[in-house]
Design a protein around this ligand. Structure first.
Ligand code: TIU
Length: 222
């Protein structure tokens, strides 16, 4: 059993039944010219998880932890994009499917949709392409996790209060135990992240636990 110092109390997991999920570290959210920047955001804060995630990913690969990457995006014909979602994105100046500096915004196959070079997936690490914010909605993530006997998730990526929080809530309802690693996640506005760090762990870990990658790796090495 691995015991990680966490809030609101120690998080316990078996490494063989634990997966690292890296959510939406794609150009559209963390690279210049992407959806995130077109929404008017300063890109410095959102890039802070990259360096800790590189270390954690190396550790996960060396220790045979199951790694999963996700990307948010839609079919080129947009048939899987609710018109309501597209309408709201256009209103914000970053219309899904519109042409931006990194190709069509949030469209599969475009440069903006690719995972950033620093965290490129390797063979054996599935990429879950999701049309929504939560990673379980209309994907085969649950099936993949159950087939691998996964019970616990190390949750990382962007943005903390949108796709990361949605995924934690979905995972919790499906019986997975989630450890959110605070140095490996970011929102465009740090205040949005802070709220999630509290929400997840309140009421005795109502949705999960909060720790960081250093504490996790220390515990996993023991
Ligand atoms: N990946 C993810 O969080 N998708 C978003 O749209 N995030 C925003 O913060 N807009």
């Amino acid at each position: 059993m691995t015991i990680v110092k966490a809030k609101p109390y120690d998080f316990e997991c078996q490494l063989a039944k634990t997966a690292l999920i890296i959510i939406d570290m794609q150009n559209d959210f963390v690279a210049p010219g992407g959806f995130g920047e077109l929404l008017g955001n300063d890109m410095s804060v959102i890039r802070t998880p990259i360096a800790p995630l590189q270390k954690l990913l190396k550790f996960a690969r060396e220790n045979n932890l199951f790694v999963i990457h996700t990307r948010e995006g839609h079919r080129p014909d947009l048939l899987d994009c609710p018109i309501t979602k597209q309408r709201r994105s256009k209103r914000q100046g970053a219309g899904i499917g519109d042409l931006g500096p990194n190709g069509r915004i949030l469209i599969r196959g475009e440069q903006g949709h690719q995972i950033i070079d620093e965290l490129t997936p390797i063979e054996g690490e599935p990429i879950i392409d999701k049309p929504g914010k939560g990673s379980f909605y209309q994907t085969d993530l649950d099936l993949i996790l159950r087939n691998r006997g996964i019970e616990s998730l190390l949750v990382t990526g962007v943005t903390t209060h949108v796709c990361v929080e949605s995924t934690i809530r979905e995972a919790n309802d499906r019986g997975y135990e989630c450890l959110l690693l605070e140095d490996c996640t970011a929102a465009f506005d740090p205040k949005d992240k802070e709220k999630v760090l509290w929400t997840v762990q309140q009421q005795g870990a109502i949705f999960g636990w909060v720790s960081d990658s250093v504490k996790f790796m220390e515990a996993a090495k023991k």
